[in-house]
Structures are given as structure tokens and as C-alpha cells.
Design a protein around this ligand. Sequence first.
Ligand SMILES: NC(=O)c1ccc[n+]([C@@H]2O[C@H](COP(=O)([O-])OP(=O)(O)OC[C@H]3O[C@@H](n4cnc5c(N)ncnc54)[C@H](O)[C@@H]3O)[C@@H](O)[C@H]2O)c1
Ligand SMILES: O=P(O)(O)OC[C@H](O)CO
Length: 296
Amino acid sequence: MSIAVIGAGKWGQALQFALSKNVTCKITSRQRKSLENFVSLEEALACEYLVFALPAQVVRTWLDEHFQFLGQKILVAAKGIEKGSGAFLNEIFAAYIPEENLSFLSGPSFASEVMQGLPTAVVINSSNEGLAKEFASFFPSFMKTYTSNDVIGAEVCGAYKNVLAIASGICDGLKLGNNARASLIARGLVEMHRFGKYFGATDETFLGLSGAGDLFLTASSTLSRNYRVGFFLAEGKKLDAILEALGEVAEGVFTSEAIFELSSKHGIYTPIAHEIALILKGKNPKESVKDLLADS
Ligand SMILES: NC(=O)c1ccc[n+]([C@@H]2O[C@H](COP(=O)([O-])OP(=O)(O)OC[C@H]3O[C@@H](n4cnc5c(N)ncnc54)[C@H](O)[C@@H]3O)[C@@H](O)[C@H]2O)c1
Ligand SMILES: O=P(O)(O)OC[C@H](O)CO
């Protein structure tokens, strides 16, 4: 078997590190990097299994410009909803790859901890159970892999938790306390569930690794890029400067806009995500806190 990771950012490198414990895992990116088994894009695309670790917002353009379906089996490792279109990643990939060849990775998984070989549990989500189990079998013993067929639920959880992590960072940046952060995360889980159910997600996904697990992780740690964006926004730093200094993607910044658009279009009650979208457009975080506390 042959497998390659597309994208050599933090997550792509972490996934190659993990997968290389069990199999020879190639990696490629637009800029050549001095990584073991770094290969050309052509060589990567010729592999039987591909793991996509690109930022969600560039996926459609990347597929348009580079991808040719040769029967590859795909594991999408990105988390996000495309702004502008409001498209989920499974919808974007479905235009290029048959559903039975598609799977999606979710769950509480900081790249930096995977790179240390620390215990991690993830979920591989696909309508094709056999494919999910194939990819699950490639992961090393320190990464416990579960499988699920709730692709929509996993996608909503992975994307929405990033927006809630920004909210949690804002809460801590404003020094509102542990009570406030716990309430925010709990209400955020309810809101994420409401949003996911609208699009056909399954209830238990939100109580598992993809939902509560990834939300608790990301909303409670400075290891999260999204949490750090929120924290620095609360301190009055400008978003552009925060992202420049971060040097890595914070998907919640873009997914926030996508959720705002989808919720407005479909009439879904998502007050926390709504306020985060407004804050990212310049609203004072302290005003948002007042509005959320005053909200029914
Ligand atoms: N870092 C983590 O802990 C982690 C864990 C789970 C999931 N993810 C998800 O994985 C995805 C990637 O995150 P990351 O942490 O690797 O981000 P990153 O910022 O570390 O790396 C992103 C990589 O994508 C490349 N890239 C950006 N635009 C591109 C384009 N147009 N064409 C080709 N390559 C492009 C960049 O050069 C960079 O190497 C995100 O959706 C993220 O939410 C990250
Ligand atoms: O650093 P973040 O906020 O993008 O979170 C990384 C992973 O999604 C955690 O599961």
C-alpha cells in the first residue's frame, strides 16, 4: 500500500509522524521541506491513500488546480466550513471523489501532542465503514481510532468548536472567570448541537470525541490557535496583527463567517457564533458579553 499526506503544516507533519510508525508515509506541500519521505505532488497523488491536511478555506481551489481522481482513498483532516458558499468539506470533495472513497478525521488532537506521541483518540467518519476501518488500521497504538458514519456531525463539531474556542479565549482574555467559561462552553455545546441537527447530524456525535471532546480540548488550552485568537482580541489586539504573529491557520476566524451566513439563511439560533462573527468584524467583545448575558 502507498499513502501520502497532502500539506506539510503542523497537522500534516504530525499525521505523517504518526502514520510513519506503522507504514511508509510520504508527504508533499507547495514549498519543498526537508522532511523524511518528502515527495513531489505528482508522486503523492499517485498513492492509493491520501490524507488532506490543508486549511479548509483553500481546499476547493486546491482540488480545482491540482487534483485528478485516480481511484485514491481519501482521509480529510481539515476542520472548517467554507465561507461565502457555506459548503461543508464533504460537499466540496464530493465534486471530485465518490462518497465511498471519502472519510473525515475528527476528535481532540493537538498536532504538538501527537508529535510527542502522547495518547490521542480520534474518529474516522465515513459512509463507507470499510474505508474508515482501513484508515483506522494505519494509525499507531498511541492514537486510538474510532469509526463513525456521521460525517455531517463530525464536520460540524470540528468546525464549530473552533469558533467556540475563540469565544472561550475572549472570555479568559476579559478575565470573566472559570464560571463564565464553563457556562459558555456548555451553552456552546448546545448551540453546536442545534446547528448540527439542522443539517442532519446524529445526537451522540456531540457527546463524543468529535463534539464535547474536541470542544473541551480546544476551548480550554492556549495550545489552540483559535483560543489564542480570542484571548488576544479581548486584550484589544487587532485581528490582522494576531494572525500575522500566529503564523498558522485559525480556522474559526473563517468558519465563524460561514456559520453566521448559514444561520442567517436558515434561521438557526446561534447567538455565540453570531457574536463571534460580529467581534471579528470589529464589535467590542465587552458589548458582546453584555448582549449574550442579556440574551433570552
Ligand atoms: N494543528 C493542529 O493541532 C490540528 C489538529 C487537527 C486538525 N487541524 C486542521 O488541519 C488543517 C491544517 O491545519 P495546520 O495546523 O496544519 O495549519 P498550519 O497553518 O500549520 O499549516 C497549513 C499549511 O497549509 C499550507 N497552505 C496554505 N494555503 C495553501 C494553499 N493555497 N495551497 C497549498 N498549501 C497551502 C501552508 O503552507 C501550511 O504548510 C486545518 O483545517 C486545522 O483545523 C489542525
Ligand atoms: O489549534 P486549533 O484551535 O486549530 O485546534 C487544533 C485541533 O483542531 C484540536 O483538536
